[in-house]
Write a protein that binds this ligand. Structure first.
Ligand code: HEC
Ligand code: HEC
Ligand code: HEC
Ligand code: HEC
Ligand code: HEC
Length: 200
């Protein structure tokens, strides 16, 4: 009889532990930042939100070429050779904690070793990354920026993100509905909806 009760207590305890473990796991999963883990935690919120650095300071090709490009380490060092950063802890929206100065030291490490930072792509269509757009789609930033669209129309409010993530699914429907709404006239609409406008 005593044996049986011990067995029952064991089962109850195991059940409680498994449940607790599950909730703990669910909590950690929930607290992850939505974007991919990056080699350096580069916060757009700190740079473009808190410190008001314009997008084009770093993605400077948006108005002159089709690829906005990711800035080089040299670009970062333009500031970080004198901005050492505060020696304070910072917790991201997703609950990761970093030390501001140590995170900047990682950037200096890449600079000393003369290595590029291997950033993980979020929305790019070049290369083979699955987060990207297929190779057969033609997209050009310049025309869209010249037309006055904000970065946030397509990328969401990046200046509020600690870890940048794909805020909008840029599917064919997304492109087409905006082309439909913003065409100057019927002929322009036909042009903007033509398969060959976007496909090679
Ligand atoms: C126009 C100036 C400027 C440029 C360019 C710049 N930063 Fe910063 N960065 C700052 C300032 C200001 C802070 C805030 C420092 C603080 O709060 O003590 C900062 C903070 C940081 C931090 C710590 C906070 C965080 O985001 O995790 C990292 C890491 C960082 N920068 C990396 C980079 C990288 C990588 C680049 C290049 C892609 C770069 N920075 C380009 C000004 C700049
Ligand atoms: C200080 C430099 C800096 C500034 C200012 C900056 N960015 Fe970035 N941006 C980066 C770096 C470095 C990356 C690559 C690392 C990452 O994805 O977090 C990046 C990545 C991105 C990506 C994802 C690219 C991909 O992989 O598909 C988008 C979208 C983006 N930035 C938009 C913006 C917008 C919009 C603004 C203005 C609100 C802005 N950025 C301001 C440096 C900057
Ligand atoms: C009309 C929609 C649209 C607007 C507006 C827009 N983008 Fe993009 N952006 C895209 C699409 C689509 C991609 C993915 C295709 C590609 O790689 O060119 C992309 C990719 C990017 C990338 C990654 C490029 C790379 O080289 O990996 C960055 C950085 C970026 N955008 C920054 C910006 C900034 C900064 C602005 C505002 C000045 C902006 N975008 C405005 C649609 C847009
Ligand atoms: C926010 C509205 C909007 C979105 C979203 C949008 N476009 Fe456009 N796009 C326009 C407008 C308006 C024009 C016409 C610009 C002009 O003629 O000045 C245009 C023009 C173009 C052109 C022709 C101009 C050129 O560069 O040769 C292509 C190609 C294009 N868009 C592709 C895309 C693709 C691909 C997507 C989705 C990833 C997309 N667009 C999303 C509004 C948008
Ligand atoms: C305004 C830009 C635009 C126009 C115009 C456009 N497409 Fe697309 N198309 C895209 C984008 C962006 C993708 C990739 C994202 C996706 O699959 O939704 C795509 C994907 C596709 C795919 C692959 C779908 C899949 O599930 O893999 C096919 C097929 C396609 N388009 C055919 C067409 C045809 C046919 C037309 C003309 C009737 C057309 N497209 C017009 C932007 C466009």
């Amino acid at each position: 009889m005593k044996r049986e009760r011990q067995g029952f207590v064991c089962i109850v305890i195991t059940f409680l532990l498994v449940t607790a473990g599950f909730y703990l796991y669910a909590e950690t999963a929930k607290s992850n930042d939505k974007g991919p883990a990056q080699p350096v935690l580069f916060s757009h919120k700190i740079h473009s939100g808190d410190n008001q650095i314009q997008c084009q300071t770093c993605h400077s090709y948006t108005e002159v070429s089709s690829h906005p490009g990711i800035p080089s380490v040299q670009k970062c060092m333009g500031c970080h050779s004198y901005v050492a950063g505060r020696d304070v802890e910072y917790t991201t929206q997703g609950g990761q904690t970093i030390n501001i100065r140590e995170e900047i030291n990682k950037v200096k490490g890449y600079w000393r070793r003369q290595e590029p930072i291997p950033w993980v792509k979020v929305t790019g269509m070049y290369g083979t990354d699955s987060a990207g757009m297929p190779e057969f789609v033609r997209f050009n930033h310049k025309r869209h920026i010249k037309r006055g669209f904000e970065c946030s129309t397509c990328h969401g409010e990046v200046e509020k993100m600690d870890v940048v993530y794909k805020a909008k699914d840029m599917t064919m429907g997304f492109c087409l509905s905006c082309h439909e709404e913003n065409a100057d006239d019927e002929q322009h609409k036909t042009e903007l909806k033509d398969c060959l406008t976007c496909h090679y």
